[in-house]
Design a protein around this ligand. Structure first.
Ligand code: UDP
Ligand code: MG
Length: 320
């Protein structure tokens, strides 16, 4: 019976006690409308509120509900990955728990999938109820990412999407550590299309993506798909050393032809500060890449599972 799951809905949750019940009910309503076998896989990403207890109850009450309990917080992108690893469906739908991604859109995605598309992603036409800071930084991020990468990662598109089994199987073979799942999904190719929607405000609770996590996600995205920051660093370095060489000639000229050379303390100090700043920045850019090489080479698993619940026999194995 378990083997013939048609749809898997993957939902990462991190301290989502306030939205979990509403999320479950709305997703279930939608999935029942499909009239086909489905599973709802929650990935508890190290919540420290009552989320795990709630998940346990849901799994006891409803055999469609399964959940994976991480040993700690591994982050949204990893949680999604674990859900996709465990999903058995012919199509896998990834969505947020906070109902910013309306579950009703899943039906539209499914009909596109049935037309023969392998990836159906949800593109935000508008975002409601989010701070102007989030909207501006998100808009800038997607555009910067497009400029920096050669990949056509769709603009204003989060992780809310449907992917076909064969895409999911390919994704499972890509084990990179600092992952940007949307980018990897674009990278694998296949037939992709979009459905548009208006992003609702969060149902309850607060965002689980503070600025620090947003920054980490954007740096992961850029470094995963582009060497351009390294190239820019070397171009800037080249330009600056050319300018400083010219300046050196000028200084030598002043010295050799007897002009006063004591004045100019301010310019010396500012040039020094400026160059040191640039050097540190470039070292930082390189450090970002080197750190990621280090992460890959250590070869640790992507996530650690404390336990799973609701998965059928033979499906219990959920390791990275
Ligand atoms: N999330 C997670 N781990 C984290 C942060 C977030 O699993 O470390 C989940 C969160 O529970 C939600 C989804 O990722 O289901 C998106 O988070 P959120 O809605 O807070 O992000 P935003 O919509 O504000 O960008
Ligand atoms: Mg949200």
């Amino acid at each position: 019976m378990e083997a013939s799951v048609k749809y898997s809905v993957v939902i990462p949750v991190y301290n989502e006690e306030e939205v979990l019940d509403a999320c479950y009910r709305r997703v279930k309503d939608v999935m029942e409308q499909t009239g086909e076998a489905y599973e709802i896989i929650f990935v508890n990403d190290g919540s420290y509120d009552s989320t795990p207890q709630k998940l346990e109850n849901l799994a006891l009450l409803d055999r469609h509900v399964k959940w994976i309990d991480f040993s700690r917080n591994f982050g949204h992108q990893i949680a999604i990955t674990a859900g996709m690893d465990a999903a058995a469906g012919e199509a896998v739908i990834v969505m947020d728990a906070d109902l910013q991604d309306p579950p009703e859109l899943i039906l539209e995605m499914i009909s596109k999938w049935k037309e023969g598309y392998d990836v159906v992603y949800a593109k935000r036409q508008k975002r409601q109820g989010e701070t102007w800071f989030k909207k501006v930084t998100a808009a800038l991020f997607y555009r910067l990412l497009q400029k920096l990468t050669d990949l056509e990662i769709p603009l204003d598109t989060g992780d809310f999407r449907l992917i076909d089994r064969k895409v999911c199987d390919v994704l499972k073979t890509l084990k990179e550590k600092n992952r940007f799942v949307r980018g990897i999904v674009t990278w694998v190719g296949f037939r992709q299309t979009a459905v548009e929607y208006v992003r609702d405000p969060r149902y309850a609770g607060e965002t689980k993506y503070p600025l620090k996590k947003m920054l980490k996600l954007s740096i992961d995205a850029i470094t995963s798909f582009s060497y351009k920051p390294l190239m820019i660093a070397s171009y800037v370095g080249f330009a600056l050393s050319s300018i400083s060489f010219l300046y050196l000639l000028y200084v030598l000229y002043l010295r050799l032809f007897g002009h006063a050379t004591v004045a100019g303390w301010a310019s010396t100090v500012s040039i020094m500060l400026f160059f040191n700043g640039i050097t540190l920045m470039m070292l930082g850019v390189m450090g970002q890449y080197i750190g990621r090489i280090y992460d890959e080479s250590r070869n640790r698993p992507l996530y650690v599972v404390r336990r799973t619940m609701g998965f059928g026999r033979g499906q219990q194995k959920v390791t990275a």
